[in-house]
Write a protein that binds this ligand. Sequence first.
Ligand SMILES: NC(=O)C1=CN([C@@H]2O[C@H](COP(=O)(O)OP(=O)(O)OC[C@H]3O[C@@H](n4cnc5c(N)ncnc54)[C@H](OP(=O)(O)O)[C@@H]3O)[C@@H](O)[C@H]2O)[C@@H](O)CC1
Ligand SMILES: [K+]
Length: 211
Amino acid sequence: MRRIYTAAEMRRAEQWAVNRGVSFEELMENAGQGVAKDLLKRINDGRLAKPHCVLIICGKGNNAGDGLVIARVLAEQSISVKLLFVLGHELSELAQLNLDRLAPFNIEFSDDADESLFNDEVDWIIDAVFGTGYIGELPEHVARVMALANQAEAYRITLDVSTGLNCDSGQLAEHTFDADLCYAFAAYKPAHFMPNGKSKSGEIICLDIGV
Ligand SMILES: NC(=O)C1=CN([C@@H]2O[C@H](COP(=O)(O)OP(=O)(O)OC[C@H]3O[C@@H](n4cnc5c(N)ncnc54)[C@H](OP(=O)(O)O)[C@@H]3O)[C@@H](O)[C@H]2O)[C@@H](O)CC1
Ligand SMILES: [K+]
């Protein structure tokens, strides 16, 4: 059955899962591990080339937390990972926990969205800035980073929803992340089926994360 949840319905479903005994931490781990597993499968069966370098653009909420789980799994596979933080370093508790777990790995961190970060070395860009928690307008400096990501010669992957796209209304900001591949967590979001949202999501895969 195809589930389509708004941001509010998603939060309720996550809370029910937690009430049944799954932790938020496990849900995040399942989300990140699920994405990494699918990406590694695509490398193994030849649908994607193994990347030399993956740039993960992180916000400060749990969407960033998912990205940081993926960073760990890719680093464990000896894939070079760079992290760019665009909303500062005051992260959600779970994002911080997963950032701390990257300490044993040699991962470059930056909060300077310099054009040189988006060079030819980067084969994949993962958008972990905003998911279902995005409200209001896309901050100008984030829009600038998304524009650089969209111009880069890289394969673009987004987590849950493309940054700049409102998952409930389908409203698009200028320079919304233009994904080739989108991983929706637990359920599709309404915008995935709206023309605006479809145009910025690429192939959409819905992953079961235990919700
Ligand atoms: N919950 C769970 O168990 C699981 C959740 N999962 C993942 O979490 C995602 C939802 O996470 P989330 O709720 O933390 O929101 P997210 O999209 O990361 O961003 C919110 C942050 O951005 C900020 N912000 C918002 N709008 C803004 C704006 N216009 N301009 C500037 N800032 C703005 C806002 O900050 P605030 O304004 O509140 O200070 C807040 O800090 C979901 O899509 C899925 O990927 C999975 O791991 C599975 C388990
Ligand atoms: K995202």
